[in-house]
Each structure stands twice: as C-alpha cells, then as structure tokens.
Design a protein around this ligand. Structure first.
Ligand SMILES: [Zn+2]
Length: 438
C-alpha cells in the first residue's frame, strides 16, 4: 500500500515538473494543490448468489471451456463438494480488465470460509481462505420495562449488533441465569441487568462466537451474578456467583429457550406457562410448533413414540432415579432412538400439539423414583464450586470481571449480599432484600 502511494507521488512530481518546464518560457505559474489520480482496478467483478435449484455449473460453465471445467472442479473438490452448495452461496467471478478473461473465482462456502480459485498457465488451483475476525467486548446495562427480550433487543448500546446476534446474546443470558431467575415468569418491571460480553466479529459486523464474561441481574431487588471462570484454561469454563458457587444445576430449569416461550396468549385463554400442576402434574410451555426441545439433563432415551393422550412423547432416564417426559411433540430429532445417550441441552424433538392438546405447547414432567416432582420448585443438585486449589486465581479473575461491570456508565457498584446491609439505606432506591442464594 505505502509502496503504491510512493509511486503515485513520484509520478505526480514528474508530471508537475513537466508543467513547470513548459511554462518556464513565460513566467513561473501559480502552483495549486495537486489533483489526486486514481488507477482503475485491474479486474472486473461479477457476483452471483445461488438460488434454490441453481447449480454451480449454470453460473460457471458459460465462462469456461470443457477442459477448464475439469481442472476447475478438481481444484474446488479439494475443499468442498460442488454438489452440496447451500442456497445463497455467493460466487464472485473476477475478470482481467485488459482482455476480459476470467482470472479467479471466489466461492463463499460459509460466512467464515471462502474457496479462492485462481487460474494460471497450468490450470486452476484453489485455496481455502478463512474470514478474518476481531475480538471485542460489548458492555450494556438497562432497566426492564416489560420483558427482558424487549429490553435487550432495543438496548441502544447493542444496536451495532445484528438482530440475530442480539437474540443470540439473550440466549447466552438465559443459559447462564436460568437456574437463578426464570426470564419467562419471574422478571418484574424495574428489574435491571448489565453484562460484559466478549465476541468474535467478522468484517461485516456479524458475530461468529460470543461469551458472557460477567453479568448481573437484579430481580425484585435481589442481585444475581454470573462470572465466567475457566479453571483448566481449555475454553470450557463455567459460571459462578460472586462467592464462587456454581450457578449450574444437574437439570436445565426448562426444556425450551426463554425467547421461544410464547407470550401471545397472556391476555386470553392460554397463559404462556400453564401450571395445571394438580390436574396433570406437569408444566406446559406455549411455543410455536417446531420449536426445539432440549433434554434437561444427561441421560438415556427410554421412550420415543406415540403415547395416547401425551401424543408424540420422549422419556429420558437420568441418574439417581430421575425421569423426564416431553409430550405433544410435532416430531422427533433425527438420528436418535430408544437407548440413545443424550447430553444436557441436546435437541430431542420439536413442539407440537399431538395427543390431547388444545394448542401447540410442550408438556414437561419430572419424576424421581416414580414420584411426580414440580419442575418449577424441585430442589436440584448443584454443580461443583470453584475448586479450592483455583481459589486465588478465581478471586483475581472475578475482581477483574466485576470491575468490567462496574465500569458501565450509570450502573454503579455491583451489589453483593454482604454489602447490602451497609448500603441499603444509601442506595437511594430503597432497601435491598437480603438473603443468600436459595
Ligand atoms: Zn400439559
């Protein structure tokens, strides 16, 4: 780049000198600002996006001889199959400007991978190019006026993120806080949140991956915290509260992600969560047909099929005598059967209204040793705290991450259970309810 600039400058100087010499016979001319000059790009570019039913060949063969096609395909197959191109795949044809001959083709396989094909005297060769990313950290805080989803999606600090990425961020918050606060039923007007979110970003601004570093939710005046800590440094860390206790439980609180639980029926006949516990000993979650259903804990599928009024049903056996049931499914996850091992969070099927159901919803049950348990109030075994040998490092990292939260403007110091007694009167927003983790 700087070499090209230097070349321009030198050439411009030569041109200037010529002008001066030509003018010398009369008088020295007034020299103004030099005009920048631009070199036209060396290539012309055409971009196609594969539509449904389009084939690779329809785009490429009109610009290639039969011999070239064979060479091109051989090079391309080193990195991808030309028969398995997703709809929307972007193909860029690059032509030399001089003679309009095709010199290169870029095929964007995914947002993160492009096959770059180039032509030389010997034929075509291909390289796989990975989209460069950068890492940044996003900070946001806010007050909830109705539901958490609205508060986060419309947060001004997050408007540089795509809509899909903001939804993904809500999923991260939900996964981290699900055991402490159920976003679908416990959030109240005036609750506040703040978080620091680290993400990998592509040049087009979309997110490749993200991770909450630290987050706080004050729910009905009670503060909850989740701080990321990776004891082994292998990228598979977990979340802990300020005291170093795990926020995880052996079971997910809900088999559906928070943002898929429908709230369209709140004023009508159908509450988003129908707790007809006495009547049928389960919890119903209203959600669109097709919404993914997750196994709430590691286990083995022991039933997968039609079960009378339950309709399409999956049952999973877990350790310590626990069984979970998921009913009224529209369909099952492919590749699974009775006997399949599943992990917590694995997709096992899709919301529907098969069997005795008046609308699309998931019916979820938990049983321990044959006894029905209320999934919304059952006391579940928790994950391990920060290992004692990692305590020192945990405290250092926790302090750094909590400081990130406290650096968010207008969010103030992080409220801890210990500090409440001293700060309750000076907090300005009234006393903070006390009590430790439940
Ligand atoms: Zn039900």
């Amino acid at each position: 780049m700087s070499g090209a600039l230097r070349t321009h400058a030198r050439m411009a100087t030569v041109a200037f000198a010529t002008v001066v010499m030509a003018a010398c016979s009369r008088e020295i001319p007034e020299v103004g600002q030099l005009q920048p000059f631009y070199v036209p790009p060396a290539e012309n570019v055409e971009i196609y996006a594969l539509r449904s039913g389009d084939t690779f060949g329809e785009v490429l063969w009109p610009v290639m001889t039969a011999n070239e096609q064979a060479s091109f395909l051989m090079a391309f197959r080193e990195h991808a199959s030309p028969r398995r191109m997703r709809q929307g795949t972007e193909i860029t044809l690059r032509y030399l400007r001089d003679d309009d001959s095709l010199r290169g083709v870029d095929v964007a396989l995914t947002p993160d991978q492009t096959v770059r094909l180039s032509r030389d005297a010997l034929g075509w060769s291909a390289d796989l190019i990975r989209t460069p990313i950068y890492v940044d950290t996003i900070f946001a805080s806010g007050e909830i006026e109705d539901v958490l989803w609205n508060a986060v999606v419309h947060n001004p600090a997050l408007q540089t993120m795509t809509f899909a990425d903001r939804n993904s961020l809500i999923d991260h918050l939900d996964r981290v806080f699900q055991w402490q606060v159920d976003f679908s039923r416990q959030i109240r007007v005036g609750d506040t949140y703040r978080f620091a979110f680290e993400r990998e970003v592509r040049p087009d601004g979309s997110m490749r991956a993200g991770r909450l570093l630290a987050a706080e939710l004050v729910n009905q005046r009670k503060p909850f915290h989740a701080v990321y800590f990776d004891p082994n440094g292998d990228g598979r860390g977990s979340y802990f509260d300020l005291e170093g206790e795990s926020v995880r439980r052996a079971f997910l609180l809900r088999p559906l992600a928070y943002r898929y639980i429908s709230s369209r029926f709140t004023s009508g006949r159908f509450h988003p969560i129908l707790q007809r516990w006495r009547a049928h000993r389960g919890v119903d979650y209203a959600a669109d047909s097709g919404t993914e259903i997750m196994a709430t804990a590691d286990g083995v599928i022991i039933e997968r099929g039609w079960d009378n009024s339950y309709g399409n049903t999956v049952r999973i056996r877990h350790s310590n005598g626990w069984i979970t049931r998921y009913a009224h499914l529209s369909g099952f996850r492919g590749g699974q059967s009775v006997g399949t091992r599943v992990l917590q969070g694995d997709i096992i099927g899709y919301v529907g209204m098969t069997g005795l159901a008046t609308g699309p919803h998931l019916h979820y049950e938990m049983l321990q040793s044959g006894q029905f348990k209320d999934p919304l109030s059952v006391d579940l075994p928790s994950g391990d705290p920060v290992p004692s040998e990692d305590r020192m490092r945990w405290q250092e990292e926790r302090n750094v991450r909590v400081a990130l939260l406290e650096s968010i403007p207008e969010a103030g110091p992080v409220r801890t259970v210990l500090a409440e007694a001293q700060t309750a009167e000076s907090a300005g927003d009234g006393p903070v309810s006390s009590g430790g983790q439940q």
